[in-house]
Ligand binder design. Structure first.
Ligand SMILES: CCCCCCCCCCCCCC(=O)SCCNC(=O)CCNC(=O)[C@H](O)C(C)(C)COP(=O)(O)OP(=O)(O)OC[C@H]1O[C@@H](n2cnc3c(N)ncnc32)[C@H](O)[C@@H]1OP(=O)(O)O
Ligand SMILES: Cc1cc2nc3c(=O)[nH]c(=O)nc-3n(C[C@H](O)[C@H](O)[C@H](O)COP(=O)(O)OP(=O)(O)OC[C@H]3O[C@@H](n4cnc5c(N)ncnc54)[C@H](O)[C@@H]3O)c2cc1C
Length: 681
């Protein structure tokens, strides 16, 4: 990946990357592994056939030089990052078509987005991502059969390229407060899109700047002089031939960001732009030709695409984390520093227990997130099938669990990636480690698709309702079943089962404490909204505890019931990782365990001892575990994390890519430095 330019420029030939040469420390690590890494890779892929498909797919895309960067995006201008991203995104689309026509196995463009294959090809974002992740899903989820028949094929073939334009300068979270209007005129049978204020400018949509020629625009619907709240409309933004903005459309790009700089996020405003009536997406609510409004069975169905993306984000976080932890673990096997015993040779930094503590819980987190993501994806499919059949009963449950999993998975992954960066010392701070870019991509997810605090408060709202039901002795849905007031919690027993049980007990205790705070607030004369705001720090905490209880429960359930076909050697390692995830979080939450689970000081010491024991047990398998993620070097994209461990060679090679090293004396010497050096002050 850093290959072509660099080979010529490395100052000293013997320090060049040597193909096929593997760092001896990494070789030794691989020999130590106690399980079959391929067996684990097959398990992660979901079977041998899926493994083969993935390998074939990766080979098809990643062995194509057109899709690899000669120059890393961080050395490009903002404009060139976009140019490069768009060129590759378009080429990728052509390749995808070619693959399909040859009976290839890719069934979903989504596989080319996000943390794994996607971030190898388009490291700093894809200007077509929103087209696939939100524009097409909105057409599919919110269009009538006629609308789907007309638009979806065009969209799949990229004859129209769309985005999802919801957020405005003034409002992202509170979408009921959006100001863009779509006013129906029965005489012309058109909606007129208008942006009445500066704060109503759409702001953020990916691909909106210069890429998309259409958008799903979320706007306040007015008909017969009445506002019916926000609804989705398909709006043409640019001429299909010239790509110039349509009359009355003001559109542009919002500028450089912390990361995702090729995604072409944009702004958009309308000056009374007309669209035909049939471009309101009308699967749920409708406007009849005479302007009569027909209500949706639930106004929350308009929020369906956001729900879908929240669900896929959880999976995406696991992919990004697998990549970051692979980089940090391989580097920690190669890097030697300090003396553990005076006079002895410098150990691999992974031999320090503090280093194991920085990394191994995050190997475990990949599995914790994957298992939760799998469960959530299945639930999403079940619930959407039921909704299509008119049954909306499980929608609130799905919303509640998707919101907290989105928030916790993105927050944990961002912390984990920053920890991986820190664990690589100074070299982790280099762009060529790929940890800064990976962090930039991941931290965005704490904000987009529902800001994390706001998401946890949505879950908290559902928890308060569930608690009230539990108190009334009513039946509870599966994810909150532990709130059942008759449920007997098992006493503490220094086992992982006890920790998982403990998390439920903590969540139940926190939920009850929130209910009490709300009740006290109201009794003290606050309105229910004021009481909610006063309790909101506690409410966010309760929602997080609920989510942690869910994740640990899922993880343990998978280890106990979902791995029967694995070899005993592998099952043992999987159980160690699950235990580590649980103990790690129990120790981070000792205050909660002391408060709600009746544990004592010596129990905390036992947990600490057990955590140390697990870290030491996992140590010989650390490299094997990250190798099992089976991420090609192009996906890793890091000087520190490649399979061969030629870390220093790659660091030097990537430094030589800097344009500052092109000449022995840089132009800026003559322009400014020479005068300074010669000046007499
Ligand atoms: C591999 C794949 C790669 C993927 C890569 C990804 C790349 C992506 C690139 C980046 C892409 C980034 C793209 C982007 O960022 S696109 C923009 C994303 N924007 C947001 O996510 C906005 C966040 N805000 C909201 O969702 C709403 O306004 C909230 C929810 C905050 C409040 O809303 P509202 O003010 O209306 O509601 P309420 O608080 O009065 O509550 C009212 C009731 O409604 C229920 N309720 C609320 N919502 C839902 C729901 N959805 N289903 C079912 N029910 C729902 C709720 O429980 C409550 O129920 P009840 O208590 O009354 O019974
Ligand atoms: C990289 C990126 C890509 C994006 N892509 C798109 C896109 O394609 N399409 C699109 O439409 N949008 C997109 N967005 C916008 C994104 O969805 C919003 O930024 C997000 O929903 C948060 O809204 P906001 O920016 O208005 O934050 P705000 O809501 O203003 O949040 C600011 C602070 O206020 C707090 N806050 C707000 N409301 C409450 C509350 N009720 N209770 C407690 N605290 C509250 C938040 O917790 C936060 O701390 C993107 C954003 C990013 C960063």
């Amino acid at each position: 990946m850093f290959g072509r330019l660099a080979a010529k420029q490395v100052p000293n030939k013997e320090y060049a990357v040597v193909p096929g040469k593997v760092n001896p420390d990494l070789q030794r690590e691989r020999k130590k592994c106690t399980f079959d890494t391929l067996e684990l890779t097959h398990f992660l892929d979901g079977g041998v056939e899926k493994y083969k498909d993935r390998k074939e797919r990766e080979n098809f895309f990643l062995s194509d030089p057109e899709l690899m960067d000669d120059v890393p995006p961080e050395l490009m201008s903002h404009e060139d990052q976009y140019r490069n991203g768009l060129k590759k995104a378009c080429y990728l689309f052509k390749k995808l078509k070619e693959l399909r026509e040859n009976g290839g196995t890719i069934d979903n463009y989504r596989q080319l987005l996000g943390g794994s294959l996607g971030s190898a090809i388009l490291k700093d974002g894809n200007p077509l991502a929103l087209h696939y992740v939100m524009f097409i899903p909105t057409l599919m989820g919110q269009g009538t059969p006629d609308q789907c028949a007309y638009w979806i094929e065009k969209a799949w073939d990229c004859r129209v390229i769309g985005t999802y334009a919801q957020t405005e300068l003034g409002h992202g979270t509170f979408i009921r407060g959006l100001e863009t209007t779509a006013t129906y005129n029965p005489k012309t049978q058109q909606f007129f899109l208008n942006s009445p204020t500066l704060t109503s400018y759409k702001w953020w949509p990916g691909g909106l700047g210069q890429t998309a020629n259409y958008a799903v625009v979320v706007a306040q619907l007015y008909t017969k002089g009445e506002c019916h709240g926000i609804h989705p409309f398909i709006v043409q933004l640019r001429d299909e031939k010239t790509h110039r903005p349509m009359p009355g459309v003001i559109v542009g790009e919002i500028g450089p960001k912390l990361g995702m700089n090729a995604t072409n996020n944009g702004f958009l405003a309308f000056k009374q732009v007309p669209i035909p009536r049939n471009q309101m997406l009308m699967k749920n609510a409708q406007v009849l030709p005479d302007g009569t409004y027909v209500k949706s069975p639930s106004n929350k169905l308009t929020y369906g695409t956001m729900m879908f993306v929240r669900v896929v984000i959880v999976q995406d976080m696991a992919s990004y984390l697998a990549k970051a932890v692979t980089i940090a673990v391989r580097y920690s096997a190669v890097r030697r520093q300090s003396e553990m015993v005076p006079g002895q040779s410098e150990p691999q930094i992974m031999d320090y227990l503090t280093q194991m503590y920085k990394l191994f819980p995050y190997i475990a987190t990949v599995y914790a997130l994957k298992f939760s993501a799998q469960w959530l994806w299945n639930m999403y499919n079940d619930v959407t099938a039921k909704i299509d059949a008119g049954d909306l009963e499980l929608l609130p449950e799905l919303h509640s669990i998707a919101c907290c999993l989105k928030a916790v998975s993105t927050a944990d992954t961002a912390t984990a990636i920053e920890t991986c960066r820190l664990s690589c010392g100074g070299h982790g701070y280099m762009a060529c480690s790929n940890l800064p870019t990976t962090y930039g991509n991941v931290t965005a997810a704490s904000t987009y698709e529902g800001e994390n605090t706001v998401m946890l408060l949505q879950t908290a709202r559902a928890l308060m309702k569930a608690y009230a039901k539990a108190q009334a002795g009513e039946q509870l849905s599966p994810t909150v079943e532990y709130l059942n007031r008759n449920r007997k919690f098992r006493p503490w027993s220094n086992t992982v089962d006890s920790i998982v049980e403990g998390f439920k007990q903590i969540a139940a205790g926190k939920v009850a404490a929130c209910a009490l705070s709300l009740q006290r607030g109201v009794e003290s004369g606050l309105s229910s909204e004021e009481a909610w705001n006063r309790a909101s720090v506690q409410l966010v905490d309760a929602a997080e505890a609920h989510c942690r209880a869910f994740i640990t429960d899922r993880h343990l359930d998978m280890v106990r019931n979902g791995m029967n076909e694995l070899s005993p050697a592998l099952r043992e390692v999987m159980a160690q990782l699950c235990d580590l995830y649980c103990v790690f979080w129990a120790l981070k939450r000792t205050g909660d365990f002391l408060q709600f689970c009746g544990i004592r000081g010596e129990d905390v010491q036992n947990l600490q001892d057990y955590q140390n024991e697990l870290l030491v047990q996992i140590r010989p398998n650390a490299v094997g575990l990250v190798d099992s993620f089976d991420l090609r070097d192009e996906i890793i994209g890091s000087a520190l994390g490649s399979y061969d461990g030629q870390v220093y060679e790659r660091l030097l090679q990537s430094a030589m890519l800097s344009p500052l090293n092109a000449k022995p004396v840089h132009d800026s010497y003559g322009a400014s430095l020479s005068a300074l050096l010669r000046a007499k002050y």
